[in-house]
Design a protein around this ligand. Structure first.
Ligand code: AMP
Ligand code: ZN
Length: 448
């Protein structure tokens, strides 16, 4: 279903609207954000040089580091009195990326998210159980406002609380579930243990996103929960969830709300724009945001764009495929964005640890677990003693209280910095793999 008539726009009409909105946005950032004035001036570009949509390619990119450099409010175009909401990207270092919204921005986002629900076949007669986390993360409030905009009844349960989620699915008769795909499966496992027959629940559809997932996982979720599973994509810097979404008619590619975002695909190595059908990094320019517009923002997400054609749902919007990876090394662990370099920073602060480490990720009972494997330095190993294993190798006396203390301290510092609980395994010097070229720090054993 369609939520508003702009969703039916296409062809020249859509292009004209995009250009008008782009020109206005470019003018806004040039006049009000020092960072953009400087970066445009450096390239010798003035807002009036943007005469066609093709001229977008002349503009410089914006990257996450630019947002960090202008922390917290330097990228906003309006004074704080015009801001009504502040979100921040999850799991970052001392400086998260901060996203501000005016009243109009919240309205725009609500409409964009109402489209997502409508496209999934949700109506005002439905009950939406919103299990995305509420807080600085955009998932919870983004889905909440969208479902309300549509007129559905929202159950704002937020993430976690699995037993309660099951109870409400049964007692409230929720028709739509919004959460991460891994949480949907986790919910199923816990529900089954408690004897819930999912086929008998009123639950009809789940709108899932915030982390990578696969077609195989969709099939599993749909079969186990007896529902349709819809893919939803977004990132906080651009607006939050709602940048693109599948329609229930096709469940094949996610529609980008072209009247709010201009999408491009680039070669991540050269920055060169690639034609429709090519795999590359998604770059997005927001053309309706007031407080925090972004020009050519490099999402680092890898996807393929397809030329806009009419879809059976009625939309003409550009479609993008599932995200197939990232052009940087960001990991998403239980919904939190984690960069290996952040963990490396913590490790290097411990004098007893060597800089050799690897991060092992597994999915245990549907939840991601991260184990930090790291070598201790020789002096530390000698100071506490070693044991000889059956195969003749030497191992650390892991029961020693100094080993336990070191593990706990590392765990605590990582938790403090990135907000994720990890397991820590300490290794003897020179026992972890060494690399001649680029180190392979991450062993991701998740099957998704
Ligand atoms: P955040 O800004 O913290 O919400 O994180 C946004 C990131 O989550 C995106 O850049 C993607 O890497 C990832 N993400 C969000 N939705 C999806 C999705 N449907 N499929 C794959 N990755 C996603
Ligand atoms: Zn469609």
């Amino acid at each position: 279903m369609i939520f508003d008539e702009n969703e039916l726009l296409g062809g020249e009409k859509l292009k004209k609207l995009q250009l008008e909105r782009l020109q206005k946005t470019v003018r806004n950032v040039y006049d009000n954000v020092t960072f953009y004035k400087k970066s445009f001036d450096k390239k010798g570009i003035k807002p009036e040089d943007i005469k066609s949509l093709e001229d977008l390619a002349k503009l410089p990119f914006t990257v996450k580091q630019d947002l960090r450099d202008n922390y917290p409010y330097g990228m906003f175009t309006v004074p704080i009195e015009k801001i009504v909401r502040i979100h921040a990207s999850s799991g970052t270092t001392g400086k998260p990326t901060v996203c501000g919204y005016t009243k109009n921005d919240i309205k725009t986002w609500s409409i964009i998210m109402a489209r997502v629900f409508a496209a999934a076949g949700v109506t005002k007669n439905d009950i939406v159980q919103n299990a995305y986390g509420y807080g600085l993360f955009t998932g919870g409030l983004g889905a909440h406002y969208g479902a309300e905009e549509l007129g559905a009844a929202v159950v704002p349960i937020s993430g976690g609380n699995t037993k309660k989620q099951i109870q409400l699915l049964e007692d409230f008769g929720s028709n739509c579930l919004t959460c991460t795909p891994s949480f949907a499966l986790y919910l199923y496992d816990i529900g089954r243990e408690a004897g819930v027959d999912f086929a008998k629940l009123p639950l009809r559809v789940a709108i899932l996103g915030a982390e990578p997932w696969s077609e195989g996982m969709r099939k599993e979720i749909e079969e186990k929960l007896s529902i349709d599973a819809i893919n939803l994509y977004g990132l906080s810097e651009i607006i939050g969830p709602g940048v693109s979404f599948e329609c229930i008619e096709e469940k094949n590619g996610m529609h980008i709300s072209d009247d709010h975002f201009i999408a491009e695909i680039i070669d991540p190595a050269t920055g060169e724009q690639l034609p429709y059908g090519s795999k590359g990094e998604l770059v997005i320019t927001t053309i309706t945001k007031e407080a925090f517009p972004l020009i050519r923002y490099r999402t680092k997400d890898i996807t393929v764009l397809s030329k806009p054609t009419k879809c059976s749902c009625g939309r003409n919007f550009t479609k993008m495929t599932r995200i197939t990876g990232r052009s940087d090394d960001m990991l998403i662990i239980r919904g939190v964005n984690v960069f290996p370099s952040q963990i490396e920073d913590v490790i290097t602060k411990f004098r007893s640890l060597a800089g050799h480490y690897q991060l092992v990720i597994k999915r245990v009972e549907r939840l991601d677990t991260l184990t930090v494997e790291v070598e201790v330095i020789n002096e530390f190993a000698r100071s506490i003693g070693t044991v000889v294993m059956a195969d003749g190798t030497e191992a650390l006396a892991v029961t020693h209280e100094k080993v336990e203390a070191l593990k706990q301290n590392l765990k605590k510092d990582i938790k403090d910095l990135i907000g994720v609980t990890t397991d820590v395994k300490l290794f003897m010097p020179k026992t972890l793999p060494r690399f001649e070229g680029k180190a392979k720090r991450v062993i991701d054993n998740r099957v998704i």
